[in-house]
Design a protein around this ligand. Sequence first.
Ligand code: 6PG
Length: 259
Amino acid sequence: MPSRGARGTARAEVFPTADALMRAAAEAFVRCAAESIQVSARFAVALSGGSTPASLYALLATDAYARRVDWSRVHLFWGDERCVPPDDPASNYRFARERLLDHVPVPAANLHRIRGEDHPAAAAAVYERELRQAFATPDGPPRSAPGSRFDLVLLGMGDNGHTASLFPGTAAVHERERWAVAEQVAAEPRWRVTLTPVVINAAGEVVFLVSGREKAATLARVLDGLYQPHALPAQVVSPRSGRVRWLVDAVAAADLRRR
Ligand code: 6PG
């Protein structure tokens, strides 16, 4: 049941339950991994933070999915991080480690976490250098060729319309050059480091996971409403030569315009 978006391109794929949504997301991960490894001998993916992907990570760690991925060729990055040490309960790295990384054989050298324990600006600069090295683009804008970009970026959406750590009213939403920046957001207790639209929109595929009734009003504004990324940063995600998918459950889709 696709729904046409505010910018006429983003569509929502609506699933009856959160479980069905996560199975579709796991299938997307497995398919994208296989295709990317076939084309460029590796799969570069940015994991999402927040609570929504918890059951996706747990699903990917099950034998039914894990045995379908060549984890030795998977390179894991993060869309954003809270500026805390990696073993902190608020760490997106720890969140993914406990639910996925501890259960699948990704080589340690293929883990590219954001150093939340460092000074935020320094962590953002180090992360950008690591991205540029991984994508063989020492300077200038990201290239959109397989092997030089994210094959997959997983994103969530906050009920204020933020995604990754691109929050309403922040400069990061409008960043045009840097691939990663540090942000201090009034509404959040700590600094964040986030990928910017510059590198997200160079990705081969971006998949949003949106679940829960509390997201319905915002999802309708993001997909069916006016284009206003300053207020609804999730709208800024529009891959130049890739695709974006909005995988949502029925309760989150409750306010989407009927077709
Ligand atoms: C984070 C995330 C953030 C998240 C949304 C949705 O670090 O918090 O990257 O962008 O995806 O806030 O969070 P929930 O999934 O918990 O609703």
